[in-house]
Write a protein that binds this ligand. Structure first.
Ligand code: CAA
Length: 295
């Protein structure tokens, strides 16, 4: 595999493009408009600068990496010579199904179609294509350039050779693959999201404050971020969408999303991306300030 098309240039998409390009794959990055793409290339540039300033990459590596990325607004053009497509569009099933129907038409017959979905069924996504054995989940973690894991999700019809190809490719870009089967939330979010949801229930029912809950999990369990800060980082809308997938897919009350999480999403307090969630965020500041709602 040499030519990788990445669909969606948001946080996950630009991180995925960054990593493939850094390892000298030719990346076609596609999004709906030039403004989004320009922003994505700037973000990749800034994240490469971090690596240069830490000494893990040179200026020449940065230039080469950026040179390996081409941007597109036409899906058909971006997919024409792809060996692998990694879809990292919004976490919305109808959007994903629509994209997979199109890329099934636009890519060469041998191309593998992967989704970076955090919880939507790979089997369902594969069912709208004529090549379900070549559809697989390739779930990267945020921030993609830093996090080692790729959760490789086998749909019901994914062939063994496709799984092997994606496992090999994940290793070739410096990641550690872990295989999961296609059940709601796979492994990562089947375990992570109920923990985050429980932390929100603890806050809602007065078991602890934002700070005490996050401190217990950071210092007591050596998590780099407490669950409430992590929820803000992931996006509360994404957390809620994943809890709903778990609740619908597994049908047990223990997966019901916390009413506080539902309220915060309804009110538009989505975490880092909206400027406020459990904490308040000021661009350029790393200081963690608890939202006035929880003081
Ligand atoms: N690109 C490149 N490098 C980056 C980066 C980025 N976007 N973000 C951070 N870094 C680098 C920094 O340069 C720094 O590098 P060194 O170790 O070489 O110094 C390192 O990462 C640590 O960064 P910082 O010093 O800025 O900050 P930190 O120590 O607070 O770490 C963090 C930041 C890596 C995000 C850390 O807090 C962390 O690991 N948090 C948990 C992340 C996590 O759990 N992610 C999974 C979320 S779930 C998900 O993604 C999937 C889903 O389906 C919901």
């Amino acid at each position: 595999m040499k030519n990788i098309t990445v669909i969606g240039s948001g946080t996950m998409g630009n991180g995925i493009a960054h990593v493939f390009a850094q390892y000298d794959y030719q990346v076609n990055l596609i999004d709906v408009n030039e403004t989004q793409l320009k922003k994505a290339i700037e973000t990749i540039g800034k994240n490469l600068d971090r690596q240069v300033s830490k000494g893990s990459l040179t200026e020449a590596d940065k230039t080469r990496t950026l040179g390996n990325i081409k941007t597109f607004t036409s899906l058909k053009e971006a997919c024409a010579s792809a060996d692998l497509v990694v879809e990292a569009a919004s976490e919305n099933i109808n959007i994903k199904l629509d994209i997979f129907r199109q890329i099934d038409e636009y890519t060469p017959a041998s191309c593998i179609l992967a989704s970076n979905t955090s919880s939507i069924s790979i089997t369902k996504i594969a069912s709208v294509t004529k090549r379900p054995e070549q559809v697989i989940g390739m779930h990267f973690m945020n921030p993609v350039p830093v996090m080692k894991l790729v959760e490789v999700i086998n749909g019901y019809k994914t062939s063994k050779s496709v799984t092997e190809a994606i496992v090999t490719l994940s290793k070739a870009i410096g990641k550690v693959p872990a295989e999961a089967n296609d059940y709601a939330g796979f492994i990562a979010n089947r375990i992570l999201m109920p923990m985050i949801n429980e932390a929100i229930i603890c806050l809602q029912s007065g078991v602890g404050t934002v700070e005490s809950i996050d401190t217990v999990m950071k210092l007591g369990m050596a998590h780099p971020m407490g669950p409430l800060q992590l929820a803000d980082f992931i996006g509360l809308d994404v957390c809620l969408a994943i809890m709903n997938v778990l609740y619908d897919g597994l049908g047990q009350d223990k997966y019901a999303p916390s009413p506080l999480l539902v309220n915060m999403v309804t009110a538009g307090n989505l975490g880092v991306k909206s400027g406020e969630g459990f904490y308040k965020y000021t661009p350029g500041s790393k200081e963690l300030v608890v939202s006035d709602r929880f003081n």
